[in-house]
Design a protein around this ligand. Structure first.
Ligand code: SAH
Length: 211
């Protein structure tokens, strides 16, 4: 059920659905998604669907992981990427294989602990974790060339705009529970350029932390 054939089928599907960056597809191919879900759900890990990870959260759908990663990388390689919403750590694992360093913030401590263990087991060492509220970003290590938010914000957090480097790119879902859209925000010499992209469905970007 987690066979090579099932995994290949997922890659084929992502490519048919429009994920064109071959590096992204290759990283998705070699990253074991079944490691990021509970054993009882492992047989569904290579379906193109979001799955529950506990605490009312989900591991993102592979298509959306591919899409957001591709958009973030579209202007060239990135050295410092801030991720808001570590969750299972799956998106973190994909990013860590494509950029130099990932800084990942999660507000639910139990999820963060599990993600840390998995990523260490996969030998991904270029990730730094922070337990905190992603609405604040991670100012001490700013600026970032890329920011990826994997929960839907009611509005674009000002702290994240402030922490974006010149020419930096941010991918963020914005909206209410029922009506969300993916935005690509680029920092230009004049300010911020906002591009409205696909309709999406993410869990909300919440405030505060949870033990
Ligand atoms: N990329 C993750 C997605 C997890 S779902 C994955 O594929 O597994 C969204 C995650 O964002 C959840 O883990 C949730 O706890 C986290 N989150 C929500 N609001 C947050 C905030 N303000 N700061 C940090 N993380 C947040």
């Amino acid at each position: 059920m987690t066979s090579q054939r099932t995994r290949e089928r997922l890659i084929q599907r992502l490519s048919e659905d429009g994920i064109a960056n071959t590096q992204v597809l290759e990283v998705v191919r070699r990253t074991p998604r079944h490691v990021f879900v509970e054993e009882a759900l492992a047989h569904r890990a290579y379906e193109d669907t979001a799955l529950p990870i506990g605490h009312n959260q989900t591991i993102s759908q592979p298509y959306i992981v591919g899409r957001m990663t591709e958009l973030l990388l579209a202007a060239g390689p990135l050295d410092k990427v801030l991720e808001i919403g570590t969750g299972s750590g799956y998106q973190t694992a994909i990013l860590a294989q494509l950029v130099e360093r990932v800084f990942s913030v999660e507000r639910i401590q139990a999820l963060q602990e599990r993600a840390k263990e998995r990523l260490a087991r996969l030998n991904l060492r270029n990730i730094v974790f922070r337990f905190g509220d992603g609405w604040d970003g991670w100012n001490a290590l700013a600026p970032y060339n890329g920011i990826m938010v994997t929960a839907a914000a009611s509005s674009v957090p000002q702290a994240l705009l402030d922490q974006l480097a010149p020419n930096g790119r941010m991918i963020i879902p914005v909206g209410t529970e029922r009506n969300q859209q993916l935005f690509l925000i680029t920092r230009t010499s004049q300010g911020f350029d906002q591009q409205l992209l696909d309709p999406v469905h993410f869990v909300p970007l919440l405030h505060g932390t949870q033990y």
